[in-house]
Design a protein around this ligand. Structure first.
Ligand code: F6R
Length: 366
């Protein structure tokens, strides 16, 4: 059942070339320049005229919503808010007619997300579900949606569901942007192609797993980790920190790299591993200076970088590579070394990586 792997978590990490491919298959046609998604097409007026989009989710799915915030605002020029379902539900949220709620959930059974959807529905919002489990409660509660098609996720820590959520959300954004006319045809075609190439790039980066394992062994006894990123890679830093906490029980925090100087930099000393998600994108020069700031304070820099980068390796203790990709799709790649890192650290510490203490696969209590 684990297909020759020691754990479901590593099996599911390694499945990602196929799960992302399955998510794109039958939808994305990079030659014809089409994205076929009935849930979007049948509701295109509602979606493209949205005054606001509110992403509602918890945990890893909330991180997918954060990446999508950057993607939707950039491509569709629609204001986006990303809400923890539990907080959205219990305050008195302002929901206007014409607001679109995108509910993101692997299990489709997360109680906090379900009650938040109920509340938004009562107030007249249109609910679009991005769900993995077919026929689940959230899929049924949504007015429309798109499944992530990642297959059953057994490991408690979410891995392949996250990258599939990003693939779906990016396709939805591209489709809306094309209809709205907020993207040029060239950029649209380029991004279709970039998405199409993701499964092969994931396959390539998974070949670096032994290197990531060696880095994991080196840092497994650290008491704390920091994860830093900017722009599209900021939510990836949050997700990397969450994975490490869940799987290795090591305290970890994710931050936008520029926030360091507003407080957390006080934590940096020669013992602290600082993971930078620093692939080549519009924020690259800025994050290079952030790395220098950490180096100057003797932190241990571990960096996820684009494979042809010759600068960051000269200022880092350890390096993990991902293939070059447009920044819009880069999180689907840059998160994977971080999934691997937490897996290998958890295993090295002898922990039950598939069933971390105190966690359940779907959280059906509020
Ligand atoms: C993290 C994790 C949780 C879930 C969260 C939402 O690895 O598994 O943080 O992401 O409980 O679950 P879903 O997506 O099923 O609504």
């Amino acid at each position: 059942e684990k297909g020759g792997y020691d754990h479901f978590m590593i099996k599911e990490i390694n499945e990602q070339p196929h799960t992302i491919y399955d998510c794109l298959r039958g939808r994305l046609d990079p030659v014809a320049g089409t994205i076929t998604m009935a849930g979007v097409q049948n509701n295109i007026e509602q979606l493209k005229n949205a005054q606001r989009i509110v992403m509602i989710a918890c945990g890893t799915s909330w991180h997918a919503g954060l990446v999508a915030e950057y993607v939707f605002e950039e491509l569709c020029r629609i204001p986006v808010e990303v809400e923890y379902a539990s907080e959205f539900r219990y305050r008195n949220p302002v929901i206007n007619k014409g607001d679109v709620i995108i509910a993101i959930s692997q299990s489709g059974e997360t109680a906090d997300t379900i009650v938040a959807i109920d509340k938004a529905k009562e107030q007249g919002a249109f609910i679009f579900g991005v769900v993995n489990v077919v026929g689940s409660s959230i899929a049924r509660l949504s007015h429309a949606g798109a499944y992530t098609h990642a297959g059953p996720e057994i490991g408690v820590a979410s891995t392949k569901a996250f990258t599939a959520q990003l693939a779906v959300l990016t396709m939805v954004a591209l489709k809306i942007a094309l209809e709205k006319g907020t993207i040029t045809h060239d950029r649209y075609m380029h991004l279709l192609n970039e998405l199409h190439e993701i499964p092969d790039k994931v396959k390539l980066l998974l070949e670096d797993a032994e290197n990531v394992k060696a880095i994991g062994l080196k840092y497994k006894d650290a008491g704390d980790f920091l994860y830093l990123g900017r722009g599209y890679n900021f939510p990836v830093a949050l997700e990397g920190a969450l994975k490490l906490k869940e799987i290795s029980y090591i305290h970890a925090e994710g931050y936008p790299a520029a926030e360091m100087k507003h407080g957390p930099i006080a934590l940096v000393d020669e013992k602290l591993p600082v993971v930078f998600v620093a692939t080549k994108d519009a924020y690259y020069d800025k994050i290079v200076s952030n790395i220098q700031e950490i180096k100057a304070r003797k932190g241990q820099v571990i960096a996820v970088i684009t494979e042809n980068d010759e600068t960051i390796p000269t200022m880092s203790n350890d390096i993990m590579f991902v293939p070059e990709a447009d920044e819009i799709v880069a999180p689907m790649l840059s998160v994977i070394p971080l999934q691997l890192l937490s897996y290998y650290i958890g295993v090295a510490k002898g922990l039950d990586v598939d069933k971390p203490r105190n966690l359940a696969k779907s959280v059906t209590v509020e």
